[in-house]
Design a protein around this ligand. Structure first.
Ligand code: T1G
Length: 688
């Protein structure tokens, strides 16, 4: 049964797609559309055509699950479909709702007219898959929406709303009311209009680039930082530049060449892998089908510090009331003040209105009394990272919280089972590990205790979506998934300093790899003093030595680096002196350290730790580990994540590198059996 049906409404032929969940343009859909256009062409009784979709959305793009299979190129491939639509002898109207994305927008661009409901979004997110619109999109979009708009949409992958689309000419009409009914009426109005407005033949909007060819380099320069390391943005820019410089027929050939180059590259495979990895993360192993989530109408947060405030903002922004508790009025006022300041900063960038700020803050109830959390459905503890403090709080919550309330800790390392044991309701206890800044970072580690109830997990995963987080289930081990993998990286990076490397050299290796910053830049940002014992007389390592002389990182203007008034870092002679002191005391003769050794000792060890996490069952699947590192630490998505990257690097090469470094990694280092076995068997670790 084809997902495409055709019906008649007077002399308008309606081509309807019903291919849930997102009307992806798989082969059967493409075939059905072409059959519908052919029907319209051969039947004189048909005067116009409407293409529309049922369900959640208009076509949301090519079927990504077909990529890499013959199906995606099987006739009619998408480039052929769009040309058949545009060459239809009757006017074709695309009727859009939901998200006309990628190939979906290309189908709409090939249609002669485009109408949409106001809630629709239009976009070409191919760049997020390491691709570009490969069915004429890079040539038609600038001709219809203008070059600047096309550049913005294609190179960033960000969609625009229907109103903006209408204003730039991408839509011919905004439909208030029934989409089909109004689209048919629109088709009736244009059925005799000739010549048919073919996007590929339009030229007037290319003038803005012809008159100002510098706009492409200006766009490149303005986005250089954001696009650093990615291939696809530049390819999208080049394809659109071609549209401004060459006739359509030539431009579409160039588009094809660039598309195929990207499609065959590692970055595209990595980003497409990640697209599915992100969605797979929401699936929880071992939870009975149909487990229903608990209702979360009111949230309590204990602690109004950086984390407590950031966590609260997530819920307030999603319209969920929050009661926030502190011990001292001054801390409470400071915390709520920071939240307001953050919202105002967002509003000043135009991302929120003053009214929305007021609404969000209006849902916040500050208090000094833990008892005020008695009516909360979820309570999140975000206090000092100390087990005794946390157990004391959970013991009190056990007496205060209503039955069925979920009790969560934002701990980033500590044992959730031990915390749960401080209550009489371990089944209601879970870890909700947010990443700082909690109102910005997308990752949420949902730490599953031995007794955490299935519906608590389902609630946490669903709530994560509501507060626009990507949640990953982690098991109870020290540091869960992300921070546990950070440990070998930090340990080896510090040892490398003693052996002869500098903070700048190590950080550069990581930044050149694609990380937003290296281990020492990250320490300075987060605070060198995190976890410090606070005794300046007790100096056991380089970090103690820095903290003892007030070098706590950016917040003190000095850490592993010196910082100027604009927080620009520069290598510090003082730090070099401290490092050399330590080398002398340890009797270490510094040596030349290669970048490859840094990669092997900091990145290969991370991969090994990820494999150990999998062996221990502390992550549900390898791709979850990749989701943690892309969304929690900025691992470059064009490398897929540590586990996907390990496969592209080659597991045998990684195992060999770790064995080569074994002596330097020390007696505690344990090579993962899973990693070694996969390497031996020639299998992929990212599929584990
Ligand atoms: N192909 C195949 N499956 C898709 C899909 C797609 N394009 N989009 C979504 N799915 C699946 C998804 O894996 C999930 O499956 C389910 O649909 C719901 O998705 C030639 C080459 C449309 C905004 O990049 O942005 O066109 O987990 O959880 O939150 O130029 O899906 O249920 O089994 O995300 O409501 C370009 C990608 C393709 C759009 C809906 N298009 N999709 O969000 O649901 S390349 C895209 C999205 C292309 C041409 C090029 C979102 C959404 P499961 P979901 P959602």
């Amino acid at each position: 049964m084809s997902p495409i049906t055709t019906t008649r409404h007077g002399d308008v032929l309606i081509i309807t797609s019903n291919n849930p969940p997102v009307n992806a343009l798989g082969h059967a859909v493409r075939e059905g559309i072409v059959k519908g256009i052919e029907e319209a062409d051969r039947d004189d009784a048909v005067k116009a055509v409407v293409i529309i979709a049922e369900g959640q959305t208009f076509f949301a793009g090519a079927d990504i699950s077909e990529f890499g299979t013959p199906k995606s190129f099987e006739y009619p491939a998408l480039p052929q479909v769009v040309d058949i639509i545009e060459n239809c002898t009757k006017p074709v109207v695309a009727a859009i709702h939901g998200t006309a994305f990628g190939g979906g927008l290309e189908v709409a661009l090939a249609s002669h007219y485009r109408v949409a409901v106001p809630s629709a979004k239009l976009g070409v997110p191919e760049v997020k898959l390491g691709l570009l619109p490969g069915a004429g999109g890079t040539q038609r979009l600038p001709r219809v929406a203008g070059v600047k708009k096309a550049l913005e949409m294609a190179a960033t992958g960000n969609p625009i709303g229907a109103k903006e689309a209408y204003e730039c000419g991408l839509l011919d009409k905004l439909i208030e009311g029934d989409l089909l009914q109004h689209a048919v009426a629109f088709a009736e109005d244009v059925k005799d209009a000739r010549p048919l407005p073919r996007s590929s033949e339009r030229d007037e909007k290319l003038a803005e680039a012809r008159d100002n060819p510098a706009l492409f380099d200006e766009f490149r320069a303005a986005n250089a930082r954001k696009f650093r390391g990615f291939d696809a943005p530049e390819y999208n820019i080049r394809a659109i530049q071609t549209a401004a410089e060459k006739p359509y027929a030539e431009g579409v050939l160039e588009e094809r060449k660039l598309f195929l180059e990207l499609m065959s590259g590692t970055q595209a495979r990595a980003q497409q892998y990640f697209f599915f990895a992100e969605r797979k993360a929401s699936k929880i192993d071992g939870v009975p089908e149909g487990t229903r989530p608990r209702d979360i109408r009111k949230v309590g947060v204990i602690g109004a510090g950086t984390m407590g405030g950031g966590i609260s903002m997530n819920f307030l922004s999603a319209g969920i009331p929050v009661t926030i508790v502190e011990m001292q009025q001054e801390a409470l006022d400071r915390g709520t003040g920071v939240m307001l300041k953050n919202y105002q900063a967002t509003a000043s960038k135009g991302k929120m209105t003053a009214e929305q700020v007021g609404q969000a803050m209006g849902l916040l109830t500050p208090t000094l009394k833990l008892e005020d959390l008695a009516d909360c459905d979820l309570i999140i503890e975000a206090v000092f990272e100390n087990m005794e403090v946390k157990k004391d709080i959970f013991g009190k919550l056990d007496k205060i919280a209503k039955p069925g309330a979920i009790l969560a800790s934002n701990t980033s390392y500590l044992n959730i089972d031990e915390i749960a044991a401080a209550t009489s309701r371990p089944q209601d206890v879970v870890g909700l590990h947010f990443f700082s800044p909690a109102n910005v970072m997308k990752l949420l580690e949902v730490v599953r205790g031995a007794k955490t109830a299935p519906d608590v997990l389902v609630t946490a995963m669903q709530l994560a979506k509501k507060i626009r987080k990507v949640a990953v289930v982690a098991g109870v081990c020290y540091g869960f998934i992300g921070n546990r993998m950070l440990i070998p990286r930090q340990v080896e990076a510090t040892k490398l300093l003693l052996e002869g490397a500098t903070p700048a050299q190590i950080d550069k290796v990581h930044v050149d790899f694609g990380m937003p910053m290296g281990p020492f830049q990250m320490a300075d940002l987060a605070g060198v003093d995190i976890g410090w014992h606070r005794d300046p007389s007790r100096i056991e390592n380089i970090r103690d030595a820095l903290c003892a002389v007030d070098r706590w990182g950016q917040k003190k203007g000095a850490g592993f680096y010196d910082y100027d008034e604009k927080r620009r870092p520069s290598p510090s002679p003082k730090v070099q002196e401290i490092i050399e002191d330590f080398r002398a005391k340890a009797g270490v003769q510094p040596r030349e350290i290669s970048d490859q050794e840094i990669i092997e000792r900091t990145l290969y060890t991370m991969v090994n730790e990820g494999a150990l996490i999998l062996e221990g069952g502390f992550a549900q699947r390898a791709s979850d580990i990749d989701v943690v590192w892309v969304y929690g630490y900025g691992w470059p998505v064009y490398r897929g994540g540590p586990m996907f990257w390990a496969d592209t690097e080659g597991l045998p090469r990684i195992v060999e590198g770790l064995k080569r470094q074994q002596g330097r990694l020390g007696p505690d280092f344990k090579l993962s059996k899973l990693l070694a076995d996969k390497a031996e068997a020639g299998e992929k670790i990212s599929k584990a």
